[in-house]
Design a protein around this ligand. Sequence first.
Ligand code: AHG
Ligand code: MN
Ligand code: MN
Length: 322
Amino acid sequence: MKRLNSQLQQDGAPLELILLIRTLLAGCKEISFRVSQGELAGVLGSTLSENVQGETQKKLDVISNQILKDTLSESGYVKAISSEEEDTVVPCNPDGNYLVSFDPLDGSSNTEINSLIGTIFSITHAPQWMKPEDPSAFLQPGTQMVAAGYVLYGPSTMLAMTTGRGTHLYTLDKTHGGFLLTTPNIKVPEDTAEFAINASNQRHWEEPIQEYVSDLIAGTEGPREKDFNMRWVAAMVGDIHRVLCRGGIFAYPFDKRNPKVPGKLRLLYEANPMAFLMEQAGGLGDTGHGRIMEVMPEEIHQRVPVLLGSKNEVEMCKSYYK
Ligand code: AHG
Ligand code: MN
Ligand code: MN
């Protein structure tokens, strides 16, 4: 089976980017190991602290963030980091050529039930003029990403990654510690009969998504004239992995409870990387009002509504917004 390195070379990734990706994944392998130890290593449960977004941090949020921060800042390739678990950007090497944004542990509430969790990341070039502590260079649209992906810590540890030449799936071979290419150029089916949304928020949604989801639930008796099935992992990595593998639509829409917060998921380290992976697999990533990857971020922890997945289903959902 082909190794990650060969695939990255074949896709034309520059050597320094390859080395950066390998460094980042070395950190993810350490997270994978610690996650697999679970209760035995005392890594489960909450801390007493909150992150900048007001969420109580789990021990694994803090541990994963520290592992990635240390690995990336020691590598020399990175000028600065933005992370879900850091208030502001973390300056690294002033001569580093790349910026990395990450959600060190996605789906943290699942740590308590030994269920799916993961790490999501995106990489862009660092402009020469940028000072490492300056957050403004992170405020680029997702179209500027040079690589993005996630590592899913599931029954096997898997990596989905793109450098803009298709989305490939890899599986961690723990016998030698490398990621092996298991599904090259994955393609998301254009049509689907499966959706993922946290329906308990239904009363807070805007009209278009209310109508869209009612039509899905109406099944064969409704305007769609077919039955849909629903799945919700409560970890975006888990839901997006399923959608990449067998199609579907994943939605986390705008919620009227807090008009200042335009969604739950974060643009830089959740929505953008997943949109890049989805588009490279033939799917779509949209806010309902336009392409996720074209949203111009105003701050590093910015949130956006997301619709991700099978092309025709995302288009259908978007049509309710018009
Ligand atoms: P995180 O654990 O990084 O804070 O992200 C959790 C996110 C996302 O992974 C998931 O899809 C969503 O929150 C789950 O939200 P609900 O609590 O509404 O299920
Ligand atoms: Mn997350
Ligand atoms: Mn997280």
